[in-house]
Design a protein around this ligand. Sequence first.
Ligand SMILES: NC(=O)c1ccc[n+]([C@@H]2O[C@H](COP(=O)([O-])OP(=O)(O)OC[C@H]3O[C@@H](n4cnc5c(N)ncnc54)[C@H](OP(=O)(O)O)[C@@H]3O)[C@@H](O)[C@H]2O)c1
Length: 257
Amino acid sequence: MAEHATARSLHGKVVLVTGASRGIGAAAAKRLAQSGASLVINYHHNREAAEKVLREIEDSSGRGMVFQADVTRKEQVEAMVRAAREKLGAVDVLVNNAYFPFEVGQLHELSWENFHRAVEHELAAFHHCVQACLPGMKEKKAGRIIVVSTRLAQQPLAKMGAYAAAKSALESMADTMAIELGPLGIAVNVVTPAFTLTDASMIMPEAFRERVKETRPLKKHLYPEDVAGTIAFLAGDEASMLTGSHILITGGSHLQL
Ligand SMILES: NC(=O)c1ccc[n+]([C@@H]2O[C@H](COP(=O)([O-])OP(=O)(O)OC[C@H]3O[C@@H](n4cnc5c(N)ncnc54)[C@H](OP(=O)(O)O)[C@@H]3O)[C@@H](O)[C@H]2O)c1
């Protein structure tokens, strides 16, 4: 039996989480720090929230840094990964998580510009982050890329088409990269959460949130921490033979009509 069966911590690993000031990204950053990783906490506007995440990590004897970057902008992503390398070391694990607001509406009613923006933000951010992190991962002949998608990519919902199309394309990119980067020792996996209680999901009315909970076999809300655990698993040694995997985090809702 290979030694990977033993749980080892992420001590000595550098993890970059995009959009880590709030929601799933913040929970993932804190959970990964508990496993010993040094964290790059990326944020866009909300410096105070990002610093609060860092303080919580440091209060638990963890290590990290915050970095403001719009991840849809290549030069800002490059500056972030350079700064991370100087302060903490080359990125070992990329968690592609940032959430980009999109126009809610029927596909045929959206302007092309708004539809295009949703898709472009999602795909550009992923492309830039992977390109910036790859040189370091190639040097180490190892790396993990974890993509946060959504169940809506496979299970559409009216008026969420721009988001679903963007995430479907994101999943397709992740799968191709799993094939292309596998020989370099780099694994690419996807987590697909269902509706999770965060700032982003507050665009849905309370009645919707309660209905989602009631139609789930597990009859519970999904919280950022529920997704963070799976992300930590994918970053760790127990997942060493996973690549191109898509892990559903739904409380069973994918089984329901
Ligand atoms: N919530 C759900 O129901 C749900 C379900 C399935 C999948 N997901 C996915 O989970 C991921 C996280 O979503 P969430 O619900 O946790 O979102 P959230 O609570 O709204 O947090 C969004 C995060 O993204 C950051 N961000 C936004 N634009 C950015 C940019 N251009 N560059 C860098 N960072 C940016 C925000 O930074 P600031 O704080 O600085 O603005 C914040 O940290 C997303 O990929 C989303 O699609 C969410």
